[in-house]
Design a protein around this ligand. Sequence first.
Ligand SMILES: Cc1cc2nc3c(=O)[nH]c(=O)nc-3n(C[C@H](O)[C@H](O)[C@H](O)COP(=O)(O)OP(=O)(O)OC[C@H]3O[C@@H](n4cnc5c(N)ncnc54)[C@H](O)[C@@H]3O)c2cc1C
Length: 312
Amino acid sequence: MSRVLVIAEHDGSILNGSTARAISCAKELGVDGIDIVVLAADGAAVADQAAAIAGVDKVVLVKNPANEHAVAALLAPQIQEIASDYSHVFAPSTTFGKDLLPRVAALLGVPQISDIMRVENATTFDRPIFAGNAVVTVEAAEGIVVGTVRTASYPVAENGGSASIEAREVSAELPAHTRYVSLATGGGEGRPDLQAAATVVSGGRGVGSEENFGVIYGLADKLGAAVGASRAAVDAGFIPNDHQVGQTGKIIAPDLYLAFGISGAIQHLAGIKDAGTIVAVNKDGDAPIFEIADFGLVGDLFEVIEELQKAL
Ligand SMILES: Cc1cc2nc3c(=O)[nH]c(=O)nc-3n(C[C@H](O)[C@H](O)[C@H](O)COP(=O)(O)OP(=O)(O)OC[C@H]3O[C@@H](n4cnc5c(N)ncnc54)[C@H](O)[C@@H]3O)c2cc1C
């Protein structure tokens, strides 16, 4: 029997939307069942949210104080133990999944299929290469198929399900070499998750300084949006690198992407190819971002944001 186990991404109380995107991919496999595993210290609320996703058969809840924080070194052996009941183990291709799944694959002794963007059949998948400029079809090796799902390629699976929730004890020995110390984030507090947000306001080198990024945060807060950035803005120290969008940053698919002072280098565009509507503001009318923008405005970003703030 073939079943897929999708690893839930959560913060202890809220299920991240990336999990429901991975479920949309899992549905394309044509397997006999789709389960979600929630590894948490408590996890009851997260399990309830996971159980509500349509198409999910069962939520496996692994409660363990060691799971209070998502430490990949501790989660991986637990998933390895549960994985023996499954033909596939999937996780979203977010920072969480990219951190965790290679360890799971290594423990299971199989290669990982990264960034699945299309399912050809249960063992054959399409994934982007060369910053999304080419697509390669790969076939999984013998054994359990371990894969990360490119969340920008899949919609959030709808709610309406009522999966059963099953508590599971895991006896796997957890390593003592890695422990949680603290989590430091910059600029993301209280704002939507960049990879799950419907609207993203992003700034580039053209914003000019860390202080100037205040206008980007201000607009994002007015719109209830997440804040993104180009690599040049990150490298210049304007904003922490967990905001970077692009080939070596985050791949996102918001409904609306607002780019201020971003030229539109190919590596940046790789991160926003699946955005619904792209709006670009740049003082250079020849900036390449205008070639892919749905709406473009040639002008000074600070003047435009000031006008927008007045209008909102
Ligand atoms: C292997 C590799 C991986 C990379 N990965 C990434 C990645 O993941 N993400 C990424 O973003 N980049 C990535 N890059 C870097 C990428 O090539 C570009 O250097 C970078 O995206 C440029 O950022 P930018 O558009 O902010 O800066 P610039 O290219 O310097 O553009 C700044 C823009 O701001 C405009 N501007 C200036 N002042 C104003 C103003 N007042 N009002 C309006 N507009 C203004 C300018 O006209 C200009 O177009 C990568 C590069 C390599 C080689």
